[in-house]
Design a protein around this ligand. Structure first.
Ligand code: NAD
Length: 253
């Protein structure tokens, strides 16, 4: 018997590095998963893989930065599930740029995707959770807890997401809905790899990523998803309003 047997779970960023691992691991724990991301082709490939494994998995393509995409997701969720038990807001983008070079459009894009989307998703999906309660897991970042150079927009959005999760935990507690934020260190996915790929000093920066963690290495998606599974499961029913670092100790230094 899986730890999420029969639970209906929505996972965003489903075709990304951590998202794909999440869709696999949540399915292995018995969850019915609706995954969402922007790339329809990658979603079809994931659906095929998980269908062959016997998982209850559906994919819907949607851009979650605006209400049109969030409504597309909401309609698909209503069609697939009669209720929602957990929402794992894992989608996101990063921007590494000095504050004074960051444009208004870049600032808005980061905030629309990394922060506003989660507000829109909650407004759309929480009504489907209210009767039975449930768990919302928002992926923030160590960059939302401590200040990194050239991360003004990302740090503000992810820091905002950590605080938004706490406020939402207060507002949604009467509905028996728990809200927690996960704050990963650098996790070995396409995100940090693409981030350094165009930089002349990429090997040095990658080494800095490794050494920034007390563990001396990057995190693995499986390590982050294991925390999300705990937060989605009934093992964590006393946890709400937390912003949990899972960062190899980066944020204690
Ligand atoms: N990898 C890291 O080092 C790291 C560290 C801290 C936090 N995070 C956070 O972890 C989460 C997962 O990231 P990842 O490491 O798997 O990176 P990733 O780039 O592999 O995955 C992110 C996914 O989000 C999706 N996405 C982007 N914009 C979207 C939009 N408008 N609508 C819907 N989906 C959209 C992308 O298509 C992608 O599949 C993100 O929120 C990220 O900010 C990552």
């Amino acid at each position: 018997m899986g730890r999420l047997e029969g639970k209906n779970v929505v996972i965003s960023g489903a075709t990304g590095g951590q998202g794909q691992v999440a869709c696999r691991m949540f399915g292995d724990e018995g969850a019915n998963v609706l995954g969402t991301d922007v790339d329809e082709h990658a979603g079809a490939a994931l659906s095929k893989e998980l269908g062959e494994k016997g998982h209850q998995f559906t994919f819907i393509a949607a851009d979650l930065s605006n209400n049109i995409g969030v409504d597309t997701l909401g309609a698909a969720v209503e069609e697939r599930f009669d209720r929602v038990d957990a929402v794992y807001n894992n989608h996101g983008i990063i921007l590494g740029k000095p504050l004074l070079e960051t444009t208004e459009a870049e600032w808005d894009k980061i905030h629309d995707i990394d922060l506003k989307s989660v507000f829109l998703i909650m407004k759309r999906l929480v009504p489907l959770m209210i009767e039975r309660g449930g768990s919302i897991i928002n992926v923030s970042s160590v960059g939302g807890l401590v200040a990194f150079a050239n991360m003004a927009a990302y740090g503000a959005a992810k820091g905002g997401l950590a605080m938004f999760s706490k406020v939402a935990a207060v507002d949604l507690a009467p509905h028996n809905i728990r809200v927690n934020a996960i704050c990963p260190g650098v996790i070995d996915t396409p995100m940090p790899r693409n981030f350094v790929s165009g930089l002349a000093e990429r090997d040095q920066i990658w080494k800095g990523f490794e050494q920034g963690h007390l563990t001396g290495r990057l995190g693995r998606s499986e390590e982050v998803v294991a925390l999300a599974i705990y937060l989605a499961s009934d093992e964590s029913t006393f946890m709400t309003g937390a912003a949990i670092p899972i960062d190899g100790g980066w944020s204690v230094q």
